[in-house]
Design a protein around this ligand. Structure first.
Ligand code: UDP
Length: 238
């Protein structure tokens, strides 16, 4: 897989990255991400983005603090849309045409999710930013990334992660013997219970033969390197 340039990708960006470690949006960080995406779009790669919302709300965390889970999850999904609009803004400033499509209808700010229309936008060189997750509680934006990648026929799902630059044999923050893995199979990832990506997204990719690259968001060219198929992060294949 390395050295191979992808034709169409789904890039997952976590909300944590957008917030630069805090609640809300760090414009400098979002500008940096937009500039990297603009570079690969100019190289001719079709880019769809799924944006997380952990910099605003996570349903499971609000549930622990007493909220009803589904309502909290809807708050989480709405948070992702703010990130989408921020990314859209900085991409447009880079001169890149964009469309935001959301899984919860909000006509004033975004198109609704229409897969065939998303594909058409990509073919025209527009970046499509998917917001509001799947529009369903109890799902994660990691899972949605795999689903969207399958539905729009992307070559790969690129999972950028905050604070970790790939899949390790153990948690590198607590275990000094942890080793980074360059390549693993979905089977191994699920069996070893490696927690970097959620199991639902791993099994969707596994069942449908869609490769996934897990890589670190830190750095000013990591997205470019991932899209260009460079040796970065951990590649997970069937
Ligand atoms: N969420 C949801 N359904 C979805 C996607 C997201 O309910 O299809 C909610 C869920 O509460 C989640 C929050 O939105 O915690 C933010 O998404 P996620 O945690 O995946 O964002 P990330 O961790 O990538 O920033």
């Amino acid at each position: 897989m390395s050295q191979k340039k992808f034709r169409r990708v789904v890039l997952k960006l976590s909300g944590e990255v957008f917030g630069g470690g805090a609640v809300g949006i760090d414009p400098d960080v979002v500008q940096g991400i937009a500039s990297q995406i603009a570079t690969v779009v100019r190289q001719g790669v079709e880019v769809a983005v799924v944006v997380g919302g952990g910099n605003f709300f996570r349903g499971a965390e609000l549930q622990k603090r007493g909220m009803e889970r589904s309502r909290a999850d809807y708050m989480g999904m709405l948070g992702t849309v703010m990130n989408c609009l921020a990314l859209q803004d900085f991409l447009e400033k880079e001169g890149i045409e964009t469309r935001v499509q959301t899984a919860i209808t909000m006509a004033q700010v975004a198109e609704q999710y229409i897969p065939l229309r998303a594909i058409r936008h990509l073919e025209k060189g527009r970046v499509v930013i998917f917001g509001a997750g799947a529009g369903m509680p109890y799902f994660s934006t990691d899972t949605v990334s795999a689903q969207r990648a399958l539905e729009i026929h992307a070559d790969v799902v690129l999972m950028s992660k905050n604070g970790v630059d790939g899949v390790y044999t153990a948690d590198p923050r607590t275990d000094p013997t942890a080793r980074k893995l360059e390549h693993i199979t979905f089977d191994e990832a699920v069996r070893e219970n490696l927690r970097v990506v959620d199991t639902a997204s791993l099994s969707l990719c596994m069942d449908n033969g869609l490769p996934m690259l897990v890589f670190g968001a830190e750095g000013d060219d990591t997205i470019i390197r991932a899209v260009n198929g460079e040796k970065i992060g951990t590649l997970i294949t069937a």
